[in-house]
Design a protein around this ligand. Structure first.
Ligand code: PEP
Ligand code: MG
Length: 674
């Protein structure tokens, strides 16, 4: 066993980022690693435990490393601490933290979370109108009546609840998978929390001390979650919400409460809540819920993304006033503008109902024409494809009028498991997707993960800026075996349909060369059919170098989510920047324009597969810029096709030219009448 002494020089001690870095480093080794601080000794591989130590600036810790790879582990920990645990060598001196006045979030210049005449203004998080009476979801505390039934009996109860919780989480994950694979991963994080060694150890200790499993669990979750929430790190604070969410799930199971035990009114309602957990949102029944509004939260919160996937209108960040609206009060919630009208008069209700009915009618008409192509009034055709995450999506995309799959996010196959899917397993899924699309083209994007979405079997050293770190193709090129297996599976499945290969996060021609060489080599080995191979344009460097890439690739697909993030230097998940991080910014449009011109000059096609492609205000502009394909979520296919049919290409081109000349995203949106 090795013992190491460290003085933690970081300003906030072993909290937040330094703790994350320490734990991530420890987890890379098999050795048993413990941290001793004061009278406490914890598992260094449990973030919850390490945070719970509360090591302050200048605190001395003793680290015990025991196991076959203890030398390597000790060295890595020493290096990590010497390098400042993710805070660099110049660790800021501790200072009394001054509260930073947080900028009031605003959207298009309007402050949100505000009371306005006859209502509230929040942030529109999922489009659509919800008209109906309010029903506030109050987080009720679970009542525990069980008394201690003996250590073994309590341990057995805990075991059953954890196993049942795992079953529920897998079911929720699978249910979400089809709608939003990225969000589905949140339930895998919850499953991971259920196996946190420290958490379970603490519960066991309480059970040994004669507490019932329910009481022991409840107390441990409360301790861990409040400790986490008190940390000044939004990422860890979000983990506190996850701990509470999953903690409550198990507690309800232990207390024998029905997890769906809310007493719903017998009529449909507009749900209001302080906030909704991913579990709450995923289990909202669209038969009972017309839409929802939360007092806090951002449009990129998990609940908002799930709402969009479920087609539920939603407003977030509506402010504390939301919770003062009594149950049964009539409201009109507009998930596009973020406005909630309280006690609207007859006229407003009638107007909202008729615009809701018109939208419904439009949707029905669009659906009835979903199988027809999207051709403008002056005969210009644009392909409408689907973004999918798995086999089920492929089946519904094909039934919903998709002319192709423009983006298959293969991450769904890799997330939430301890080992990578085998070549055989991948082959089987790609084959089924190719067959489900019945010969229509399917663009298979190779694995796009990174430091922010870690996979247990892909070790990435701690990164200060995961979005600027080893992501997408970069990560795969550093682990060629992972990419090789995936390419083999895709190329083998290619003979069952029309598969194409697309590489994500390409920044540089050399990356493309390395990846393309791998495709050529494997294709020769397998004697597989030729497939189109293209790249995503989602890093500004790739857009600016599009003329060079266009000489070599078969196609481009613009990932506007990341292209916007990297062009504007605004985190795509940032709640307060959400209103500003707009893909219709002229800077982003100019990069798309550059890409399209370069591609067409070389006779290649360009798709758009980011969320912008389904934004009704963006569709005419993208069409006008000459984009050849819009790849959108399955529910948007019919609507985008219908919108294209109302346009003329000539007018769209004029609009696009005007948009390129605008100064801000707001100006572009005003051009479009908003
Ligand atoms: C994008 O960045 O626009 C994109 C389609 O990829 P993802 O959202 O999966 O990063
Ligand atoms: Mg992307």
């Amino acid at each position: 066993m090795k013992q190491l002494n460290f003085v933690i020089e970081n300003a906030t001690g072993l909290h937040a980022r330094p703790a994350k870095v320490f734990v991530t480093t420890a987890k890379q080794y098999k050795a048993d690693i413990r941290i001793l601080y004061g009278s406490k000794k914890v598992n260094a591989k449990s973030l919850i435990a390490v945070l719970g130590l509360g090591v302050e600036h200048g605190g001395e810790i003793l680290v015990e490393v025991d196991g076959a790879d203890e030398d390597m582990a000790a060295e890595a920990l020493q290096t990590a601490v010497a390098a400042g645990l993710g805070e660099g060598e110049h660790i800021p001196a501790p200072s009394k933290a001054e509260p930073v006045a947080s900028a009031k979030p605003s959207v298009n210049g309007h402050p949100v979370g505000q009371t306005i005449p006859n209502g509230l203004r929040g942030v529109g998080a999922a489009p659509g109108l919800a008209i109906g009476p309010v029903f506030q979801l109050r987080q009720t505390a679970v009542t525990i009546t069980e008394t201690f039934a003996g250590v073994e009996a309590e341990q057995a109860r805990l075991g059953v609840a954890l196993a049942d919780g795992e079953v529920q989480l897998v079911a929720l994950r699978d249910q979400m998978q089809a709608q939003t694979p990225e969000e589905a991963a949140i339930f895998d994080v919850h499953r991971e929390l259920l196996t946190d060694e420290d958490l379970l150890e603490a519960v066991q200790q309480k059970i040994q001390a004669q507490q019932s499993a329910a009481k022991a669990w409840q107390a441990t979750i409360q301790e861990r979650a409040s400790m986490m929430a008190s940390l000044d790190d939004p990422l860890l604070a979000a983990r506190a919400a996850d701990i509470r969410d999953v903690g409550n799930r198990i507690l309800k199971l232990l207390a024998g409460e029905d997890t769906a035990g809310i007493q719903w009114p017998d009529h449909p309602v507009v749900v209001t809540a302080h906030d909704l957990t991913p579990s709450d949102t995923a289990t909202l029944d669209p038969q009972k819920v017309l839409g929802f509004a939360t007092a806090v939260g951002g449009p990129t919160a998990h609940s908002a993304i799930i709402a969009r996937a479920l087609g539920l209108p939603a407003v977030v960040s509506a402010g504390a006033g939301l919770l003062e609206i009594g149950d049964g009060t009539a409201v009109i919630l507009d998930g596009t503008t973020g406005i909630i009208q309280v006690n609207p008069d007859e006229g407003a209700q009638t107007a909202a109902k008729s615009s809701q009915a018109a939208a419904k009618q439009q949707e029905l008409e669009a659906k009835s024409q979903a199988g027809a192509p999207a051709i403008t009034q002056d005969n210009h055709r644009i392909e409408i494809a689907a973004n999918i995450g798995g086999v089920k999506d492929a089946i519904s995309a094909n039934e919903s009028g998709a002319e192709a799959v423009g983006l298959l996010r293969t991450e769904f196959l890799f997330l939430g498991r301890a080992t990578p899917p085998s070549e055989e397993e991948q082959f089987e899924v790609y084959r089924q997707i190719a067959e489900a699309m019945a010969g229509k083209p399917v663009v298979v994007r190779t694995l796009d993960i990174g430091g922010d979405k870690p996979l247990p079997y892909v070790q990435v050293p701690p990164e200060d800026n995961p979005f600027l770190g080893e992501r997408g193709l970069r990560l795969c090129l550093n682990r060629p075996e992972l990419l090789r297996e995936q390419l083999r599976a895709i190329l083998r499945a290619a003979s069952f349909g029309s598969l194409r290969i697309m590489f994500p996060m390409v920044a540089d021609l050399s990356e493309w060369h390395a990846a393309k060489a791998m495709v050529d080599e494997i294709r020769a080995e397998l004697n597989a059919p030729a497939v189109e191979v293209g790249i995503m344009i989602e890093i500004p460097s790739a857009a600016l170098m599009a003329d060079k890439f266009a000489q070599e690739v078969d196609f481009f697909s613009v990932g506007t989510n990341d292209l916007t993030q990297y062009t504007l230097a605004m985190d795509r998940m940032h709640p307060t920047l959400a209103g500003k991080s707009d893909g219709l910014h002229p800077a982003v449009l100019r990069l798309i324009d550059t890409t399209v011109r370069a591609a067409h000059a070389a006779g290649k096609w360009v798709g758009v597969c980011g969320a912008l492609g389904a934004d009704p205000q963006a569709v005419p502009i993208l069409l006008g810029l000459g984009v050849d394909e819009l790849s959108v979520s399955v529910p948007s296919i019919a609507l985008v096709k219908a919108q294209v049919r109302t346009l003329t290409f000539a007018a769209a081109q004029q609009l696009a030219a005007q948009a390129l000349g605008c100064g801000t995203a707001g100006e572009v949106r005003s051009l479009m009448g908003n």
